[in-house]
Design a protein around this ligand. Structure first.
Ligand code: RAT
Ligand code: ZN
Length: 402
């Protein structure tokens, strides 16, 4: 019988051992040159931190973005780290990164901190960060309509196994009329030849869309028709489609990436999709806290639905705890608890460290309840269960024949 202290240690050991699959990030490999983000200026100008900085300053978003990247970074440092304590989740994240990289924070001197980042050697650095965050591989967000990105895809056919692709097709729906001309196609059915081409170049693990709160399926519009075309393509390819629901884009456009917000989505659309396309696999995350309970219940109804992550504004300790607890209580281990959404390489460190800390606590409490109820938990059960959460649910779902 495991004692409480033993249980805690065993969970900790299992978590340290399991190599994570990070199923949704915005990272790129070093071979994608300017798209590969790392280092101090990219870290401090993360859009989560820009939104927080601008709240304290009299500067307008336009004037802020007109500054050089380094000046923006200096201003974020001054505002969030020198004039106040970096207490928000994104600001604390920077502190976690520095600590894990062995950067001294005693003097709070940004010019000294910069010295660490000036010495980085790219190739080995990715391995170092992956090791520190205990990552096996990350899944990128790949936009075939981004010409800059596509240039790299066409040139860099040597694949980096640490970075896998996902085909993000938001613009197919938001910019359909423009894209139709750009792709030189007349109707929806002709999308297929482009999909074939993108699959050949990227070999994506899944197709993804993010949708606004008002998204409805079906809605008798061209949107539903395009979606159906993609759904039938995904069925043929036997790969999942990820729906990221509830992102209200450009609520404050001047803030650029930092100007997106949240709204409650319509769960019936997910029910309709899972029921109408039983041979498809859907991975769903919802941004609104208010959607979490109904999403869990919906996952109980459809085995072709895999819920994942505590997305974006939900990637905060109190909400991760609440959501993970609810998911375990309603779904056991049949969900993917988290993804990092990292845009800058080093963010993998804090996003995973902080999430794992909470997931560990929740799992500990749940195992303890189970033991108190009479179950004899074995040490090997813990690693099996946790590797299901952090690896196997994703890999098996991607390969699964529904
Ligand atoms: O979390 C983020 O960085 C957001 O800006 C979005 O990119 C979001 O995660 C998305 O994938 O649309
Ligand atoms: Zn994202």
């Amino acid at each position: 019988m495991l004692s409480e202290r033993d249980l805690e240690i065993k969970i900790e050991n299992a978590l340290n051992k399991i190599k994570i699959i990070d199923i949704h990030t915005h990272l790129f490999p070093p071979s994608f040159k300017d798209l590969f983000l790392y280092g101090i200026d990219s870290l401090l100008t993360y859009h989560y931190l820009i939104a927080e900085t601008i709240r304290y300053l009299s500067i307008s978003p336009e004037d802020f973005y007109a500054l050089s990247l380094k000046t923006q970074a200096n201003l974020v440092w001054k505002t969030l780290f020198l004039e106040r304590s970096p207490i928000s989740e994104s600001a604390r994240g920077i502190v976690t990164i520095f600590k894990e990289l062995g950067i001294d924070l005693g003097e709070r001197d940004l010019s000294k901190i910069r010295i660490y980042f000036e010495k980085i050697d790219n190739g080995e650095y990715v391995d170092l960060i992956f090791e520190k965050a205990n990552i096996d591989y990350v899944v990128m967000t790949n936009d075939p309509f981004d010409e800059r990105e596509m240039d790299y895809w066409r040139k860099n056919m040597v694949k980096d196994k640490r970075f896998r692709a996902s085909l993000r097709l938001d613009r197919l729906i938001t910019d359909w009329e423009k894209l139709k001309k750009h792709l030189k196609i007349k109707d929806y059915t002709e999308i297929r030849k482009h999909l074939d081409e993108w699959f050949a170049i990227m070999n994506p693990l899944y197709i993804a869309f993010s949708f606004p709160p008002k998204f409805k399926y079906p809605d008798h519009s061209f949107r539903s028709t395009i979606l159906e075309e993609i759904i039938s393509y995904a069925e043929e390819r036997k790969i999942p489609i990820a729906f990221m629901m509830g992102a209200k884009r450009a609520v404050n456009p001047a803030l650029k990436l930092a100007g997106d917000s949240v709204g409650r989505s319509n769960i019936e659309s997910i029910e309709n999709l899972c029921r109408s396309f039983p041979n498809n696999k859907f991975m769903v995350t919802m941004l609104s806290r208010e959607n979490q309970y109904e999403l869990c219940v919906t996952a109980r109804k459809f085995k072709n639905l895999m819920i994942f992550g505590c997305w974006w504004f939900l990637n905060t300790p109190s909400l991760i705890e609440e959501i993970t607890k609810m998911r375990i209580e309603l779904l056991g281990f049949s969900f993917i608890p988290q993804h990092s959404d990292a845009r800058v390489l080093e963010q993998l460190i804090y996003k995973w460290k902080n999430s794992k800390e909470i997931i560990k606590k929740v799992v500990y409490e749940k195992y303890l309840d189970l033991i108190k109820s009479g179950w004899i938990l074995k040490e090997e059960d813990i690693e099996r269960d946790l590797s299901q959460l952090f690896r196997r649910n994703f890999e098996e779902f991607v390969l699964k024949k529904i």
